[in-house]
Design a protein around this ligand. Structure first.
Ligand code: DUC
Ligand code: ZN
Ligand code: ZN
Length: 472
């Protein structure tokens, strides 16, 4: 047989083109794109759905320690399963450096957690929380050579945030090694001041999470991160941008010549701070950082997806259970918003929401959908062209999308470990009906076909944004 699998009569959509042909797959790779392919062990009829690169979600959290007594709702098995049902073929979770440990020690822990568990391919970003001379001078350059080519730093959270001098040292090391730095931009001192003021006033409900983390705290930190990156000439990614003012900081930095990528997420298109002001403690379901803003901010984020301010659309899947004393409603979280774990589930709903609200409502076209959901993630994080496109030689990571399938999103139909979805009741049109990773079907849309452990760990090349400055 010439092929293991042929996907026949499909409309192929890439980030740049839409065209009709068959896809021939062998040994997990695309080896032919042509009409009338024949001679395969398996023929998949794709005359109805679109044939798209599988989604790459470059911002997810799985099995991450999240504070005393708090347990994340997804491990690598449930998180990658949920991702597959949402049309994804690769996810990029974070490996969190525990203070006082090396990056290699932290990686060992996360590789153990992921080993034999994943349904789709995975690759780690490393969160640097303890940027010692050894970490920045010895470990990071060696890790980049080994394929760990992106890191994240936090400007908020007492136990995670780096001071400005530490951020500069980290950026400087990243520039010379060619690592790409993702930055969580919120001003910790301002947030702590506002939390303290709310506590003094007895304002403890979930809605005060939003007012304790205002736009100005995000805008200021975004400006500072971009300025620090400019000083040491290091490309950065501003992750989970929630509003226009932070977007304008990115636009101004680019106009000054800085290399900056931008990311936004479904919560900033679909939720507002009003969702945190729900009855009882339901607002805790929407606590994430930065918090959702207002309708004008949602419109701004859509503009950013259209005009290129944002390169990637990620879920920031960071799931906790709601009715659970190890989750949102832990003993302290019930009494005070500051103890509600930050983060919401979304790896399975990211793409249906972007497809339905974006393509379906005419805000973006199909090719932009593919760019924002897959191709740009692969390029930004050093996986292209192995991943993120449909081309000869690329991995056969493919999602078949039925553009007309209408689905009401409810927690019952999802596969994550959380007991709720922030998008309960949302009607979407467009759904992934078959997902293949390296040519093997993981789900037919309704049932699981793939096996736990079939996902690979991916070493990565340097970022398209970072490598041109490497070693300069
Ligand atoms: N930052 C993230 O990237 N995810 C969840 C929580 C946070 O602060
Ligand atoms: Zn973050
Ligand atoms: Zn995150």
């Amino acid at each position: 047989m010439k092929f293991d699998t042929i996907i026949r009569n499909g409309t192929i959509v890439t980030a740049s083109d839409t065209f009709r042909c068959d896809v021939g797959i062998q040994d997990g790779c695309i080896i032919a794109l042509a009409d009338n392919l024949f001679d395969a062990a398996e023929i998949i009829d794709a005359s109805g759905p679109y044939v798209m690169p599988g989604g790459i979600d470059s911002h997810v959290h799985l099995a991450q320690p999240s504070g005393d007594g708090i347990v994340m709702a997804d491990d690598f098995a449930s998180g990658t399963l949920s991702a597959a049902f949402g049309g994804n073929t690769t996810v990029m979770p974070f490996c969190m450096q525990e203070k006082g440990t090396t990056l290699r020690e932290s990686l060992k822990v996360y590789h153990e957690k992921a080993k034999g568990e994943c349904y789709i391919d995975v690759s780690f970003h490393i969160v640097v929380t303890d940027p010692t001379g050894y970490v920045l001078g010895q470990e990071l350059p060696a890790l980049v050579e080994d394929g760990y080519t992106s890191i994240k730093v936090f400007m908020t959270y007492d136990n995670l945030r780096l001071r400005d001098d530490e951020i500069l040292a980290t950026l400087d090391s990243a520039r010379s090694s060619g690592a790409l730095v993702m930055v969580h931009c919120e001003n910790e001192d301002a947030i702590r001041f506002l939390i303290g003021r709310h506590e003094k006033n007895g304002e403890l409900a979930p809605k005060y999470h939003a007012t304790s983390r205002p736009v100005a705290a995000e805008r200021e930190a975004t400006h500072r991160a971009l300025s620090l990156a400019e000083i040491v000439e290091t490309p950065i990614v501003i992750v989970h941008v929630s509003n226009r003012e932070a977007m304008e900081e990115i636009q101004r930095a680019r106009a000054r010549g800085s290399k900056v990528a931008g990311e936004t997420c479904p919560q900033y298109l679909m939720l507002t701070a009003d969702d945190l002001d729900a009855t009882e403690l339901d607002g805790a379901k929407f606590v994430c950082s930065p918090p959702p803003r207002d309708k004008q901010s949602q419109a701004a984020c859509w503009e950013g997806l259209q005009n290129g301010t944002f390169d990637v659309f990620s879920s920031d899947h960071c799931p906790f259970r709601f009715e659970d004393d190890q989750g949102k409603l832990n003993g302290k979280g019930k009494r005070n918003f500051r103890w509600i774990p930050n983060g919401i589930p979304g790896v399975e709903t990211r793409l249906p929401i972007l497809f339905s609200e974006g393509v379906g409502k005419g805000r973006i076209d199909l090719n932009r959908f593919v760019a924002l959901s897959s191709t740009n993630h692969a390029k930004l994080y050093g996986l292209y062209p192995q991943k993120g496109t449909i081309a000869i030689g690329s991995d056969a990571d493919i999602a078949l999308w039925d553009p007309n399938k209408s689905v009401k999103i409810t927690n019952d139909i999802l596969h994550h470990g959380s007991d709720y979805t922030p998008y309960e009741g949302l009607d979407v049109t467009g759904w992934p009906v078959r997902v293949l990773v390296r040519g093997k079907t993981v789900t037919d849309g309704a049932t699981l076909v793939g096996a736990k452990g079939s996902g690979n760990y991916l070493d990565r090349a340097r970022s398209s944004l970072a490598h041109s400055r490497a070693n300069s």
